[in-house]
Design a protein around this ligand. Structure first.
Ligand code: GCB
Length: 604
């Protein structure tokens, strides 16, 4: 159970930080998953127990090698490396922590042969204190086992089946209903960091606005020893120029900032994404600073009605994308080059939002969004939710506990998506999502909750629990393939029907067409650039009509970029619905979308 605050690690006056990213040793487990455990692979260098290959961290392991047995591996893989703890951390009595930002799907972690952590649900971080396990004057062995198997009660779900391949041999095959490739490995940065003995465990900020005044409602919690009864806090708020604009001595309370700079979405304000620094310090009995943490804060409100979503009391229209963490070679590995480029393209296109389809993305991505005023619909890893068992519900809720624990302070996060395309026509979906929504509301009331629904408004049994209804529909592609003439009316009719039935704001979170960059056909024909552009135009007509109707609050094309999928005959080298290619070059559709998004932004 990871119950701490999950603050993103940082170096401050009282904390230090290094990453353990780099090249690790790696080995696939033999089919017998127990083999590595029986032979003590967790307590000796992997290199000493057999051949290893080199594996970059962070990265998916699947596409780094040259054979299918690594790409399509099902089950366990082993990673290890050695590391030193800076001796001065220990000399200064600091605690030493390990933090894995994402290991997909499940991970076990050993330090010097001792089991330190188990975590399930990829895409979400976990941390563990290792002070007592590390050697001060020698190298330490860090071993990680990663399991990529998805079952009926993992989030997301999958099915494993045994295929007989002859000679009495059996190969395990993983299948899943979602279409993005189930990349696995140590996907994000591994941090080694220090905190003082008595440390800030969590900083929670919420913001409010009255007129020109901004309010920060906050709570600083601490853990550790010695825990003096009279721990005091010091809070200092700095603006972008590093001038202090407010302060407080309470560990929890309300801070008022007169004439505040509010956090605005991109293109809604000349300087979108304004962030203050909330510097939290714990003060010891002699007035000394015990621990310090710098939390970025964007002062903004999110509110919603039956027809609209508002940022700072202004109705907003979301112009965005469904995306993926996906790129050549690295799969789902965190890559700053890729993401700085992605954000440059998001702004170039004139978008102001994206959905983290279909799982939480790397924390650095939310930081970029905070700074640039890009709004996020933050989606948990529940995709194609099916079967609706008790054990699935427990893990689904756990994924949201961990998501909200991690992302609660990001101004960019304006909505929680608790599932993508669940099988919500199932009668069990009603109680199931009722419970998930109650769970989210018990942790955060400040953001609306949605699901990207693919069932129809007549069959779905989840939407009554939501604040905003998102729907995914592939008119002209999966429905009436190649037919453009019915799109506009279908989209208008469906969005209107959802609104009439539930009296809630409506967003179209997916529409699109697979398109091979460079394939041209006139008159337009499926898979060509011309077809993608024409299909978009029909949707744009619908969106314009719906905006007039007054309850339609956003359009998200599927997808930002081409991405890899499992092998099927309906995909050519992956899903090609991107308006950018996998290497982030524009298709004709990117220019078409840009013209629209910039025009919509200008008219807002
Ligand atoms: C969907 C899914 C998305 C797929 C997309 C497609 O409905 O939500 O994950 O990639 O359709 O292109 O089939």
């Amino acid at each position: 159970p990871y119950t701490g605050g999950a603050l993103y690690p940082q170096a401050t006056e009282t904390r230090d930080l290094r990453t353990l990213d780099g090249i690790w040793n790696f080995r696939k487990s033999p089919t017998d998953p127990e083999y590595g455990y029986r032979n003590g692979w967790y307590e000796q260098d992997l290199e000493k127990t057999g051949p290893v290959i080199k594996m970059p961290v962070p990265s998916s392991y699947n596409d780094v090698g040259e054979d299918v047995s690594l790409r399509d591996h099902v089950g366990l893989v082993w990673y290890d490396r050695r590391f030193y703890v800076p001796p001065w951390w220990l000399q200064n009595g600091q605690r030493v922590w390990l933090r894995f930002s994402s290991v997909h799907y499940a991970a076990q972690v050993w330090v010097n042969g001792k089991l330190m952590a188990y975590h399930e649900i990829g895409h979400l971080p976990f941390e563990v204190e290792i002070t007592k396990e590390v050697y001060p004057n020698a190298s330490n062995l860090l071993t990680v086992v990663v399991d990529n198997t998805l079952l009926s009660d993992t989030v997301p779900q999958g099915v494993i089946k045994d295929t007989i391949i002859g000679n009495g041999k059996v190969r395990q095959e993983q299948s899943y209903t979602f279409d993005f490739f189930n990349y696995a490995g140590i996907h994000r940065t591994v941090f080694l960091y220090s905190t003082p003995q008595l440390y800030i465990d969590d900083v929670i900020v919420n913001t409010d606005i009255q007129g020109l005044t901004g309010f920060i409602v906050y709570n600083i919690t601490h853990q550790g020893t010695p825990s003096p009864d009279n721990v005091e806090c010091l809070v200092q708020i700095f603006d972008k120029n590093d001038s202090q604009v407010a302060a407080s001595h309470d560990c929890a309370g309300l801070i008022e900032i007169g004439n505040a700079n509010f956090w605005w979405p991109y293109l809604m304000h000349p300087s979108p994404g304004y962030l203050y620094t909330f510097k939290a310090s714990l003060i010891g009995p002699n007035g000394e600073i015990v621990d310090t943490y710098n939390q970025k804060v964007g002062i903004r409100t999110v509110t919603w009605s039956n027809t609209s979503v508002f940022i700072n009391d202004k109705p907003i229209y979301l112009r965005g994308f469904g995306m993926h963490e996906d790129s050549d070679l690295r799969g789902k590995g965190w890559d700053p080059v890729l993401w700085v480029k992605n954000f440059n393209l998001i702004r170039w296109v004139g978008a102001n939002a994206f959905r983290t389809s279909h799982y939480p993305y790397a924390e650095e991505i939310y930081q970029l969004a905070d700074e640039q005023g890009i709004m996020i619909i933050d989606e948990c890893p529940g995709v194609d939710t099916d079967i609706f068992s008790k054990s699935l519900l427990v893990k689904h809720k756990q994924s949201l506990t961990e998501l909200i624990r991690r992302d609660k302070n990001h101004p960019s996060v304006v909505m929680w998506s608790i599932s993508n395309e669940p099988r919500s026509a199932n009668r069990l979906a009603d109680a199931y999502f009722g419970e998930v929504v109650r769970h989210v509301k018990s942790m955060d009331l400040s953001r609306p909750i949605t699901i990207a629904i693919s069932q129809t408004y007549t069959t779905d049994k989840s939407a009554q629990h939501l604040d905003v209804i998102c729907f995914n529909r592939y008119n002209g592609w999966y429905h009436a393939t190649g037919s453009l003439t019915t799109i506009t009316n279908n989209v208008v009719d469906e969005a209107t029907a959802w609104h009439i039935k539930h009296n809630k704001p409506i967003i179209m979170t997916e529409y699109g067409a697979d398109t091979i960059a460079g394939l041209h056909q006139m008159p337009e024909y499926v898979w060509s650039e011309e077809f993608q552009v024409a299909l978009m135009s029909e949707h744009f007509k619908a969106f314009d009509k719906l905006r007039q109707a007054g309850f339609f609050v956003g359009e998200f094309i599927w997808n930002f970029a081409d991405f890899n999928t499992a092998q099927t005959i309906i995909r050519v080298g992956g899903n090609k619905k991107g308006i950018f290619t996998r290497s982030r070059q524009p298709k004709a559709s990117a220019h078409h979308l840009r013209a629209r998004y910039l025009a919509v932004a200008a008219s807002d």
